[in-house]
Design a protein around this ligand. Structure first.
Ligand SMILES: [Zn+2]
Length: 90
């Protein structure tokens, strides 16, 4: 997804000292504020927002595919990509 690609260049504002820090920073470099969204594995958002639905869709397509080879490949790929996103390491 594009948000994962853009993330390294994005900035967020520290709620405590208003310093601009990297979107990927877990702590503010100015005052040491700990950003709570980085406390969960891989910000939880991408994993549950993209990975889980992809796995569900992939399994659903595999279920519907039956003997159709093309649909089976699409379903397997969606399940694989979804699982990779869902179980992405920190
Ligand atoms: Zn700060």
């Amino acid at each position: 997804m594009t948000c994962a690609i853009l993330a390294p260049t994005m900035k967020k504002t520290c709620p405590r000292c208003q310093k601009r820090v990297s979107e990927r920073a877990a702590r503010c470099r100015g005052c040491g504020y700990f950003f709570p969204e980085k406390a969960s594995p891989w910000a939880a958002g991408p994993a549950y927002g993209v990975g889980f639905p992809l796995v569900l869709m992939g399994v659903f397509i595999l279920f519907l595919a039956g003997s159709s080879t093309g649909l089976t490949i699409v379903g397997a790929e969606m399940t694989l990509v979804g699982a990779l996103a869902f179980f992405h390491p920190r």
